[in-house]
Structures are given as C-alpha cells and as structure tokens.
Design a protein around this ligand. Structure first.
Ligand SMILES: Nc1nc2c(ncn2[C@@H]2O[C@H](COP(=O)(O)OP(=O)(O)OP(=O)(O)O)[C@@H](O)[C@H]2O)c(=O)[nH]1
Ligand SMILES: [Mg+2]
Length: 326
C-alpha cells in the first residue's frame, strides 16, 4: 500500500440488527492495512449489535432510533472527523456494510487508490455474487438513473463498499437519505469533477431472500433510490449532460484499474440546445421504465469534458457485470 498524506484509514460500518455478522466484520476490518479506527454506527438495533461490535474492538456510536443508512454514515464520518482533529490527521473513509463478515478483510484494494491519492472515491465491484430474489429491480433503477444523470453507471451501482477522501465526503454532503446514498454519491461526485474508480474485491455479503421482510426492504431501497434520483435528474445543470457511453466491457479483458479508450466527444453545443436536450432526458426519465431494462448497469465509462484520460471529471471502469449484491 502506498503511504501518502492520507495513509490513515477509518472504517465506518453502518449496522442495523447485525448481531450475527458484526463481530466477524469488525474483526476483519481491524486487520485492514492503514486502518487505525473502526467505527460501527448502530442505527437503533434491538439485537445487541452495539455490544457485540464493542467487544469485537470497534468504536461504537449509536442512534436511539432507526434513522437509515445515510444518517448512520454521516454519524460515523463525524466521529472520524473528531478523531482526526484530535490526532491532527485526515483519514480516508472506508464504508463497509456490516454483513460482510470475515470477507471484509479483502477490502484493502478499495482503499489503496484513495490512500495513494489517485482516486477521490472508489466503488467496489464484488467478484462473487449471491443470487438475490428481486434485487435486480433496484439495481436497474439506480443504474438507469445514474446513466441518465452522468452518462455512465458503475457495474454495481448500489454497492455500499466505498472509500472516500474527507474532501470527497464533504463535497457529497448532505447525503441522500437512506438507501439512496450510493446512487447519489456517484452522481454528485462525478458531476463535481472528482475521480471515481471501480475496484474489484473479493467481498461477499449476506444473501437476502424473497420473504415479506426482504421484499419490504427492497421496496424501501427502491423508494430511497427513486427519491435520490428525482432531484438529480430534474435539477441537473445543462452543462452536465450525459457523456458518451463507451459501451460494455468485455469480461476478462480488463484489469481492476484499467482505463477504457476514450470515445470521441460530440462537438460543443450552444446553451439553448443543451437546455432542450436536458429537458428531453428529463422527460425520458420514467422511473418505472427501469423495470426490465436488462442493459442497465452494464459497465461503461465516461471521460471528462476535455476528453483527456487521467484528469478530474472522469470515472474508470473495471468490469461489465450488471447485477450486484447489496
Ligand atoms: N444505519 C442503517 N443501516 C442499515 C439499515 N438497514 C440496513 N443497514 C445496513 O446497511 C448495510 C446493507 O444492508 P443490507 O440489508 O445488507 O442491504 P443490501 O445489501 O444493500 O441489500 P440486499 O442485497 O437486498 O440485502 C448493512 O450494513 C446493514 O446493517 C438501516 O436502517 N440503518
Ligand atoms: Mg447486504
């Protein structure tokens, strides 16, 4: 791992009723290179998650009542900020889900580019996926909306395993609520010209089923993602029209940090034309249309408006696998 000015890492784990897995997740997170702070944010759990996390070695913060995943991330990041001030450092923030268990030990490559200063945010692409009933609907919604907003979507757009610099986290605030947070993070940071990179990691999470509780969970996810997308599609400034897609990535043909060839950019357009096109995209954005779009979420890349690789305002793509677990 490259040791740069951000070589210290804080792991933030939002958790809600994760008594079964939180101990393994914390124990694995503590082993990550550079991680000197592991904070679990217990979001009103009723199953002893907080106590178990504390015994496993985490700093535990708590919400008295359930406030959703994004609020837990904000609480965790704020706690890290206080620790940073105390220690005179600026830690990178590695967000991990609580249900990763021992596989959380594989998250190191996600932090490396951020610690090395070559990315402002990384997004995980899990190499192993679990079959999840109905989850694809929310993935497609997120992928389709993200692509409409910024012309590109990560292979696993809802993946919550992300590493951000402090500056990138601050640029993304206020976070979109609940499970809309990942979709909004991608859109907002790419729009702000920050460097977003996807990284393949060997993480696995708990497979949620098809029972009523799981379906309610997905309905909540769907609503949160939709609520995150609406303002971002309706209020998009005209200068942020979708960039040209680079098409799907051939499986196996890329390295985790490889860069796709840049597609030619269209000629510059005048403002009225851009506004008209923005409105057209907005009108086209029928959220329910995400259902059944099997192409959504397929890996594609965008380049910065200046078209040059390696500059701010671009995202890099690692793989073209549309679905993702959690
Ligand atoms: N703070 C907070 N965290 C939550 C809440 N619901 C889930 N989480 C956490 O968010 C992470 C992801 O939740 P999961 O239930 O695994 O959801 P998912 O993996 O995105 O979706 P599935 O694939 O459908 O399971 C886990 O760490 C959960 O503990 C919540 O209401 N508040
Ligand atoms: Mg999960």
């Amino acid at each position: 791992m490259t040791q740069g000015p951000l070589a210290r890492l804080a792991v933030v784990i939002p958790a809600w009723n994760e008594a079964d897995r939180i101990a393994d997740t914390v124990a694995a997170a503590i082993t990550l290179p550079g991680a000197d702070l592991v904070a679990v944010v217990d979001d009103g759990s009723r199953d002893g998650t907080a106590d178990i996390a504390r015994q496993a070695g985490a700093v535990v913060l708590g919400h008295a009542r359930n406030r959703g995943k994004a609020a837990a991330m904000e609480t965790g990041a704020e706690a890290v900020r206080l620790a940073d001030q105390r220690d005179g450092v600026s830690r990178a923030l590695l967000f991990l889900d609580a249900d990763l268990g021992a596989t959380a030990a594989q998250a190191g490559p996600l932090a490396d580019p951020v610690l090395a200063g070559t990315a402002d945010m990384t997004i995980a692409a899990f190499t192993t996926r679990v079959k999840l009933g109905g989850h694809g609907l929310v993935v497609r919604l997120s992928a389709r909306g993200t692509r409409r907003a910024i012309g590109w979507a990560p292979a696993q757009p809802l993946n919550g395993q992300r590493c951000l610099t402090r500056a990138a986290f601050d640029a993304a605030r206020p976070l979109a609520r609940g499970f809309g947070v990942e979709t909004a993070l991608t859109i907002d940071l790419v729009r702000k010209g920050l460097r977003v990179l996807e990284v393949e990691v060997g993480l696995e999470h708990r497979a949620t089923g098809t029972d009523l509780r799981s379906q309610l969970h997905r309905a909540r996810q769907f609503a949160d993602v939709g609520l995150a997308l609406v303002p971002r599609l309706l209020l998009a400034p005209p200068t942020l029209l979708p960039s040209p897609s680079l098409g799907p990535v051939s499986p196996g043909s890329h390295h985790p940090r490889s860069r796709l060839p840049a597609a030619p950019l269209p000629p510059p357009r005048r403002l009225p034309e851009m506004v008209a096109e923005r409105n057209r995209y907005t009108a086209l954005c029928d959220i329910s249309g995400a259902v059944g779009d099997s192409s959504s979420g397929r890996g594609s890349g965008i380049v910065g408006r200046d078209g040059s690789p390696g500059t701010f305002g671009q995202a890099e793509v690692t793989r073209g696998d549309p679905a993702r677990p959690g």
